[in-house]
Design a protein around this ligand. Structure first.
Ligand code: HEC
Ligand code: HEC
Ligand code: HEC
Length: 443
C-alpha cells in the first residue's frame, strides 16, 4: 500500500515536471521578446511629458485603469470576460505598487506585445493588439508621461476573479501568437488605403492604433479576437454589440458628413445625433480632448473606407410625411403613436427630426434602426445625457421613462419608432424590454 501511494506520488511529480517544462518551453518559444532592458533614448522633458499626456487621452488609458471613485490610473476596475472578472492594474509610477520601476523596454513589451513585466502574457482586455501599431516616437512620449506626469499611488493590484485552471496564463501566449501581430517595423508609416493621403494615414494610425476604435466597433470571433485590425479585413469596423448595446458601423459613414463626425467626436453631439452608452465615456475621456486636426484626420479616414457600409435606412419623404401628418392630426393613433405624442414629442417633435445640436433626430438614427434594439430600449427606460466637454459644456439630459411606462408600453413605443418615418427595423417585444429593465436594476 505504502509503496503504491509512493509510486503514484512519483508519477504525479514526473507528470507535473513534464507539464511545467513543456509550458516553460512553449511559452519560451512563443515569447516574442522585445528587449526588457531597453532604455528611453531621450531625456524626459516637459514637452515630451505633455505630448505623452495627449497620447494617453487618445489611448483612453484612464477609462480602464481607473476604478469608479478611485485615483487616476491606480487600476482596480473590474472588466467582465467570459471566464471571469479581470482587474485593470496600477500604472502610476509608484515603485512598489505601480510601474515606477519599469524600464522603457518593459513598457514597450506590455504595450505592443502583451507581455507583462514578469514575462506573463497579458489578457487582451488590455487592447495591446491595437497598441502594437503605436510608433516608437509616441510610445516614448507615453512612457515619459507615465514616469513623470502621473501622480504615484500606492495601491496594490486586485487579484483577478478567474477560477483555476482558467487562470493559468501561459495558454494566452498561443492566443497572442495567433491573433496579435507583432509590432511592425515602426520606421515604416502605416499605410491606410492604397494611395492614401498623409491625412488619411494619420487618421488610420489613430483609429487602428491608440484609439483602438475596433475593440468595440469590430465584431469578434468565437475566440474573442477582433475579426480584423485594419480596413483590409471585411469585418473591420462593421459594427458589433456591446453588453446588449448596438455599436454602429464606422465604415464609410455615408449618413454623416465629415464635419458631423468631427462634431460628434469633439462634443458628443452634432446636427442629427447625440452620444449615449459607452461611447459617451469615449467622447468625455478621449476624443473630446483631441485636436481638430486629429479629429478631422479620423473622420477623413472613416469616410474613405469602402466595403460593407452600414445598412442604412434611405430617406423616404412620402413615409416621413405620412407619419408626421398622422401624429399632427392625433386621430386614430396606435398605442405606440399616442405614447410618442404624449411623452416624446416635446423634444423630438412630430417629424422625428429633433433640434440640431440639442435634441437628436430619431428619424434615421443608428440607435433606432440597429438590428438589436437593446440600446434604444435602454435610452427610453434610463434616459441619457449628452456629456459636458470643453468645446460644448452644456449637459443636455433626456429623462428616463422606466417609472412611467410598462414593458408592453415601451415595446409598443419602440416598435412605432422603428417603423415610423423612414425607419425600417423590426418590432420590439415586452420580453426584450423586461430583460433590459433587469440589467438596469442590477447597476
Ligand atoms: C479597454 C481597457 C484598457 C485600456 C483602454 C488600457 N488598458 Fe492597460 N490594461 C488593461 C487591463 C485589464 C490590464 C491587466 C491585464 C492582465 O492582468 O493581464 C492592463 C494592463 C496594462 C499594463 C501592464 C501593467 C501591469 O502592472 O501588469 C500596462 C503597462 C498598461 N495596461 C498600460 C496602459 C496604457 C498606457 C494605456 C493607454 C494607452 C492602457 N493601458 C489602456 C486594460 C486596459
Ligand atoms: C468602449 C467601446 C467603444 C469604443 C472604444 C469606441 N466606440 Fe464609438 N461607439 C460605441 C457605442 C456603444 C456607440 C453607440 C452610441 C449610441 O448609441 O449613442 C458608438 C458610436 C460611435 C459613432 C456614432 C455612429 C453613428 O452612426 O451613430 C461614432 C462616429 C463613433 N462611435 C466613433 C468612434 C471612434 C472614432 C472611436 C475610436 C477613437 C470609437 N468610436 C471608439 C462604442 C465605442
Ligand atoms: C426633455 C426633452 C426630451 C424628452 C421629453 C425625450 N427626449 Fe429623447 N433625448 C433628449 C436628449 C437631450 C437626448 C440626447 C441625450 C444623449 O446625449 O444621449 C435624447 C436622446 C434620445 C435618444 C438617443 C438618440 C441617439 O442618437 O443616441 C432616443 C432614442 C430618444 N431620445 C428617444 C426618446 C423617446 C422615445 C422619448 C419619449 C419616450 C424621448 N426621447 C423623450 C431629450 C428628450
Amino acid at each position: 500500500m505504502k509503496n503504491k501511494s509512493r509510486s503514484v506520488l512519483l508519477t504525479l511529480l514526473v507528470i507535473a515536471l513534464v507539464v511545467a517544462l513543456l509550458a516553460w518551453g512553449v511559452s519560451f518559444l512563443l515569447n516574442r521578446s522585445g528587449d526588457p532592458t531597453a532604455k528611453l533614448e531621450q531625456p524626459i522633458t516637459p514637452p515630451l511629458v505633455e505630448k505623452g499626456a495627449y497620447l494617453a487621452r487618445v489611448g483612453d488609458c484612464v477609462a480602464c485603469h481607473t476604478a469608479p471613485g478611485g485615483k487616476p490610473f491606480a487600476g482596480g476596475l473590474g472588466i467582465g470576460s467570459p471566464i471571469g472578472t479581470i482587474y485593470s492594474t496600477n500604472i502610476t509610477p509608484d515603485a512598489k505598487r505601480g510601474i515606477g520601476n519599469w524600464s522603457y523596454g518593459d513598457f514597450e513589451r506590455a504595450m505592443r506585445r502583451g507581455i507583462n513585466h514578469n514575462g506573463d502574457a497579458l489578457y487582451p482586455a488590455m487592447p495591446y493588439p491595437s497598441y502594437a501599431k503605436i510608433s516608437n516616437e509616441d510610445l516614448q512620449a507615453l512612457y515619459a508621461y507615465f514616469m513623470k506626469g502621473v501622480a504615484p499611488v500606492e495601491q496594490p493590484n486586485k487579484a483577478n476573479d478567474i477560477p483555476w485552471p482558467l487562470s493559468i496564463r501561459w495558454p494566452l501566449a498561443y492566443w497572442r501568437t495567433l491573433f496579435s501581430p507583432l509590432p511592425d517595423d515602426q520606421a515604416k508609416p502605416l499605410v491606410a488605403v492604397e494611395g492614401a493621403t498623409a491625412q488619411e494615414q494619420r487618421g488610420a494610425y489613430l483609429v487602428q492604433g491608440l484609439g483602438h476604435c475596433g475593440s468595440c466597433h469590430t465584431p469578434r470571433a468565437l475566440t474573442l479576437q477582433e475579426t480584423g485590425l485594419d480596413e483590409s479585413a471585411k469585418g473591420y469596423l462593421t459594427g458589433a454589440e456591446l453588453n446588449g448595446w448596438a455599436v454602429p458601423s464606422l465604415r464609410g459613414m455615408p449618413h454623416w458628413t465629415q464635419q458631423q463626425i468631427v462634431d460628434y467626436l469633439g462634443t458628443g453631439r452634432n446636427s442629427t445625433a447625440s452620444v449615449a452608452g459607452e461611447m459617451k465615456d469615449v467622447v468625455a475621456n478621449s476624443t473630446s480632448h483631441m485636436s481638430d486636426a486629429d479629429l478631422t484626420a479620423m473622420a477623413v479616414y472613416l469616410k474613405s473606407l469602402e466595403g460593407k457600409e452600414r445598412q442604412l435606412t434611405q430617406a423616404k419623404p412620402d413615409r416621413d410625411q405620412a407619419t408626421t401628418a398622422k401624429l399632427t392630426a392625433a386621430k386614430d393613433l396606435t398605442l405606440g403613436e399616442r405614447l410618442y405624442v404624449d411623452n416624446c414629442n416635446a423634444c423630438h417633435f412630430v417629424n422625428g427630426e429633433g433640434a440640431p445640436h440639442v435634441f437628436p433626430r430619431l428619424n434615421g438614427a443608428s440607435v433606432v434602426n440597429a438590428d438589436h434594439p437593446g440600446a434604444l430600449i435602454n435610452v427610453i427606460l434610463a434616459g441619457a445625457q449628452t456629456p459636458s466637454t470643453e468645446r460644448a459644456p452644456s449637459v443636455l439630459p433626456m429623462p428616463g421613462f422606466a417609472e412611467r411606462l410598462s414593458d408592453s408600453e415601451v415595446a409598443e413605443l419602440a416598435t412605432f419608432l422603428r417603423g415610423g418615418w423612414s425607419n425600417e427595423a423590426g418590432a420590439v417585444t415586452a420580453d426584450q424590454v423586461k430583460s433590459v429593465r433587469q440589467t438596469l436594476h442590477r447597476h
